[in-house]
Ligand binder design. Structure first.
Ligand code: PBG
Length: 338
């Protein structure tokens, strides 16, 4: 047998594999989504997302400190108000839960704070925008609400606003109003390719969503990729600082294509359902939890995302900071006694 090219040489020991790894995860690339609930005294477990909690303002601060110590890159904050109404008044209220949460975070951490800029947690109908007389989501009337929200959240100290509402023109609308107010440093994270997804299911519990229908008239349709590139181009032209693909795991081809075209950092959001599927399978003993999580996140990174939004951010950051185990130099197919 004369085989000159033996790719298996590159895989012979953990040390060699570590050296030739083409993709690495780093704590600074990970963004942790957090939920803060108005009027909550104690953190509350989210049953559909084992290991994730709704926070009180107090527990939010403690968890944010822990996240910063773990070395993650940023925090993304969602607020859940006590009262909801048709226009989502709480969303733009400087004393509303989201603005208060942002202020609290900026006091205790140096991490960038990404405030979610969307109405769905604040509306009694659960849609991401306001409705017209016929009950349809009114794009342009919604933009006016987003502009008010942008000012409130930027003034509360948010580093960045995550425009997750999937309205047309939302980046331009927010940029214009921020710049006019002199808030030129407030960054915009555009949910450039946001698909209407069944994988958002567990999130509905996380934010006590009141949505009855779906979001298919504003979020993108799963079969489409050219549309995602168009949406990304529009957001870039409107001034997006970072673009995002969401969900991540079911849309890795889109992550790759957006990464190839965008001249800004690309992020991808491993959403609630993608999180809970792995947690559920691991809890049943069907997959190895840590290996599956690292493999999934590595896949997102390999697809081109430089920033990963994930509910595992803190835990994974801690794993990544562990001292590497001293491996034997021997071929690890051989049994090496400890
Ligand atoms: C809506 C929003 C959603 C998520 C983030 N922002 C839900 C939706 O669009 O229906 C989902 C995140 C997740 O599932 O982890 N503004």
């Amino acid at each position: 047998m004369n085989i000159t090219h033996r790719p298996r040489r590159m895989r012979q020991t953990p040390g060699v594999r570590r050296l030739v790894a083409e993709t690495r995860l780093h704590p600074a690339d990970l963004v942790l989504p957090m939920f803060v609930v108005e009027g909550l005294d104690e953190p509350r477990e989210i049953s559909s997302m084992p290991g994730v909690r709704q926070h009180s303002l107090e527990s939010l601060i403690i968890a944010a400190r822990e996240a910063e110590d773990a070395g993650i890159g940023a925090i993304m904050l969602f607020g859940i108000p006590q009262r909801k109404d048709a226009i989502g008044s709480g969303a733009s209220d400087p004393e509303g839960i989201l603005a208060r949460g942002v202020r609290a975070l900026t006091k205790v951490t140096h991490l960038p704070v990404i405030a979610d800029l969307c109405l769905d947690e604040f509306t009694d109908h659960g849609h991401c925008g306001v409705l017209d007389e016929s009950g349809r989501v009114d794009n342009d009337a919604t933009l006016a609400r987003y502009q008010q929200m942008a000012l409130t959240l930027a003034r509360a100290g948010a580093t960045m606003l995550g425009t997750s509402g999937a309205m047309d023109g939302q980046i331009a609308a927010c940029r214009a109003v921020l710049d006019k107010a002199g808030l030129t440093d407030t960054m915009l994270l555009a949910y450039a390719a946001k698909y209407a997804s069944a994988f958002y299911g567990p999130f509905r519990e996380a934010v006590d969503s009141s949505l009855a229908g779906d979001r298919r008239t504003y979020q993108q349709d799963a079969p489409n990729r050219i549309e995602a590139l168009r949406e990304t181009r529009l957001d870039l032209a409107e001034g997006a600082d970072i673009v995002m693909v969401k969900p991540a795991l079911a849309y890795l081809d889109i992550v790759r294509e957006v990464s190839d075209m965008a001249d800004v950092p690309v992020s991808a959001y491993v959403v609630s359902g993608e999180y809970s599927m792995i947690e559920a399978a691991a809890a049943n003993g069907w997959i190895s939890r840590r290996a599956a999580i690292l493999e999934a996140l590595t896949g997102v990174r390999r697809a081109g995302a430089s920033i990963i939004v994930t509910y595992w951010a803190v835990e994974v950051a801690k794993w990544l900071s562990e001292r590497p185990v001293r491996h034997s130099n021997r071929h690890d197919d051989k049994h090496c006694p400890r």
